[in-house]
Design a binder for this molecule. Structure first.
Ligand code: SAH
Length: 215
């Protein structure tokens, strides 16, 4: 069988069993993940595992999130095609591609330059033109491009950073894992209404830490 055909088969099974078989119903999310060649976002020696039900290493001690978690977070964001989205933690760029398939503009911030260079390359090869990259500290968000309709954080801080809630539009939604690495972390859906910030627990998760510079 041709390689791409084999990956398409694995991808279809991933969508069917890991997403639809659980609680993923958002057709935009399902279509995006059926389309995006996830194996291009991992190292060559992990490509055969790219559609498996777990996270994988992407170098520099970082990981590409499990497909189900990507789907769950994107679904919980309630993305609309007119949305402007801020992503913190570009990593492999896979989640970025899922966002870019559905939303209007994606602004993605990553601390490790070598990861952003790799992600930029693969996303350009897939012809995305609505993704904007920034190599900087995610705790600062991306002030010049704020406010955002949606924010997604794919590494875990200990608390919700105020700077990020401030960059959320009124009625905006942020998905963020909170807690110490190696301990139980909780994924929260944060909604902003006027001055009120409402936190809703979604589930337990395991993310790499959102690294804080000691200074
Ligand atoms: N969505 C990515 C997940 C990558 S893991 C994927 O599926 O591939 C989390 C990413 O957050 C890592 O790439 C890590 O380098 C980045 N990160 C950690 N701390 C950060 C910080 N303070 N600012 C920006 N990015 C950070």
């Amino acid at each position: 069988m041709e390689k791409n055909e084999k990956f398409a088969g694995l991808r279809h099974k991933m969508v069917y069993f890991q997403l639809i078989g659980r609680d993923i119903k958002d057709t935009n999310v399902i279509e995006a993940m059926e389309k995006i060649p996830r194996h291009l976002f991992v190292e060559e020696n992990y490509q055969s595992e790219a559609y498996s039900d777990y996270p994988l290493p992407i170098g520099m001690g970082q990981t590409i999130s499990q497909p189900y978690i990507v789907a769950l977070m994107t679904q919980a964001l309630g993305l609309r095609k007119e949305d402007s989205v801020l992503e913190i933690g570009t990593g492999s760029g896979y989640q970025t591609a899922v966002l870019a398939e559905i939303a209007k503009e994606v602004f993605t911030v990553e601390k490790i330059n070598s990861l952003i260079i790799k992600a930029e390359k693969v996303l350009a090869s897939l012809n995305y033109v609505n993704i904007h990259f920034k190599n900087s500290d995610g705790y600062d968000g991306w002030f010049e491009k704020s406010p955002f309709d949606k924010i997604i954080v794919t590494a875990a801080p200990n608390d919700i950073p105020d700077s990020l809630t401030r960059q959320l539009k009124n009625e905006g939604i942020m998905l963020i894992p909170i807690g110490l690495a190696g301990r139980t972390q909780t994924l929260y859906k944060v909604t902003k209404t006027g001055n009120k910030v409402i936190k809703k627990e979604i589930c337990g998760v395991a993310f790499v830490p959102l690294i804080k510079e000691e200074n």
